[in-house]
Design a protein around this ligand. Structure first.
Ligand code: SAM
Length: 264
């Protein structure tokens, strides 16, 4: 195990967050243990941290004394700050000469709107960097003992959003079903009955194993395993809520061989 002084020495070699720069930082799935050293370093340098609703307060507590925390929560169907407002705010803070961290749950690129923020920063001539984080889809799979790739079972994994977002084209669930590859679905718990029905209509067997992992990596984590046909009902009966990850496909079945139950 590294001594604290070794970690300090390593952290000192990481890039510096300069005044007027913005870093888009992934905070991981919730458990602070999944933070990267880059993320910890960014938090310790920032003057202002503009953070998502899903970022754990223990992570926000790693901000340096005197740093300002600005919530920019975007949470499912609840009213949230418009993306343009957040991007404009990042540009304004950078122009004031602040060291800015935009802290996002999971990985900034996985349904995290980092693309829009990068474009806004680039157009404004603001230097920026993206710090990857552990995405909730993979962390949830690890917590539930579900390997999203299994030799002999699949050769691809599909990360999808179940939340028909804004002006994006609707998800073609039948086309995804036709690939026969496992699906890891973000923001899918509220539409699970409709998504499951579309997948079955698209040709996926009703007995296809399906899992929901709620609050993955957090003390309140719950895992529920069922079939595509029954999962929405089971989630409703068990009272599972957001944030939750849905994993569908034959890869889910291995959990039982590893001693995982059907939960929750
Ligand atoms: C807007 S997306 C952002 C995803 C994030 N960028 C990532 O890489 O994990 C938010 C969704 O991620 C999923 N999520 C985030 N944290 C989670 C957790 N701890 N457990 C289960 N799902 C989670 C939920 O589906 C939630 O609705």
């Amino acid at each position: 195990m590294a001594r604290p002084s070794d970690l300090d020495a390593l952290t000192a070699t990481l890039p510096r967050l300069e005044p007027g720069h913005v870093w888009l930082v992934g905070a991981g799935p919730g458990d602070p243990g999944y933070l990267t050293l880059h993320a910890v370093s960014a938090l310790s340098q920032a003057d202002v941290i503009v953070h998502d609703a899903l970022v754990d307060e223990r992570i926000a507590a790693l901000a340096r004394p005197g740093a300002r925390l600005e919530p920019a929560g975007k949470r499912g169907h609840q009213p949230s700050i418009a993306q343009d407002t957040i991007s404009t705010r990042l540009v304004a803070l950078a122009r004031e000469g602040r060291r800015v961290v935009r802290l996002k749950g999971g990985d900034p690129f996985m349904f995290g709107r980092a693309g829009e923020e990068m474009l806004a920063l680039a157009e404004a001539g603001i230097p920026f960097r993206v710090i990857s984080g552990v995405t909730a889809g993979l962390a949830a799979a690890a917590s539930a003992l579900i390997a999203p790739t299994l030799r002999g079972i699949n050769h691809a994994v599909i990360f999808a959003t179940g939340h028909g977002a804004g002006d994006a084209p609707p998800v073609d669930w039948a086309a995804l079903a036709a690939t026969g590859q496992p699906l890891v679905i973000y923001m899918g718990i509220h539409q699970l009955a409709a998504v499951a029905a579309d997948l079955v209509a698209g040709g996926l067997g009703p007995d296809t194993p399906a899992a929901v992992i709620a609050s993955a990596t957090l003390p309140e984590e719950r895992v529920l395993v069922s079939t595509l046909e029954r999962i929405a009902d089971a989630v409703r009966k068990a009272g599972l809520g957001a944030p939750a990850m849905v994993i569908i496909g034959a890869v889910v079945a291995m959990r039982a061989r590893l001693g995982g139950g059907d939960g929750p």
